[in-house]
Write a protein that binds this ligand. Sequence first.
Ligand SMILES: [Fe+2]
Length: 267
Amino acid sequence: MLIAHISDTHIAGPGLKTNGIAPMAENLSRCVDAINVLTVQPDLVLLSGDVTNDATRDEALRAGEILAGLDSPLYLVPGNHDDRDVLWDVFGGGAIPARADGFINYVINGPDLRIIALDSVAQGQSGGMFCETRSAWLRAALADGGDQPTVIFMHHPPLKCGVPETDQDGFDGANELGAIIAAYPNIQRILCGHIHLQTAARWNGTVVTTAPSMGMQLTLDLTQAHPSKFYLTDPGYLLHHWTPDKVLITHAVTVRDMDGPYDFRQH
Ligand SMILES: [Fe+2]
């Protein structure tokens, strides 16, 4: 099974660049085209939040038009730049197949992996949240799946990743979430976005992976002494391959023209 994982598309309104400078709609189009020509088509594409930049319906519609070009089925969760109701209005019944208790929580039964979409947004705040309502839903969803190999995807990583703003914003309820995760060794991975950098970390018995953004890469400054800025970069995404050996291998892909390919083995 193959999962393409994109994140933080931050689409601005029609005709606009994000923050006045980042061509995010163009970048997303390039990424959609690149995924469509992969030699093995993904079984599904996951978008881990910040679909829009300012949470507007126009932005969500523009994102939807571009994402409609994907040949593989798309599923998404909200980020702190999104509005749940706007996303449900535009993507409900499609890329958001269901809601639970007002949150964008749902389960996809993939061919080999069970995917749990978890809404980590605290309305009006930048940081993540895992509340009692979501805790009850997640515990039930995990219990339903038994020991099937499972992937959780949500916007906010539940740990500090070394980015000043997102570390300061934090994740309310991360310890409660971690206690649930630790009880399910079948959780292969937690897939996140939010920090606009690619990272991987062991956490409560699983691995948390963050995807790169669609071309607004945050500065990497582990001193935490300076506010984050962003670079305009080529769009990037992750390919998570659940192999016949039942291992989830993650490949990082940057969407750009490359010189080659050349023969690797010289005879
Ligand atoms: Fe973002």
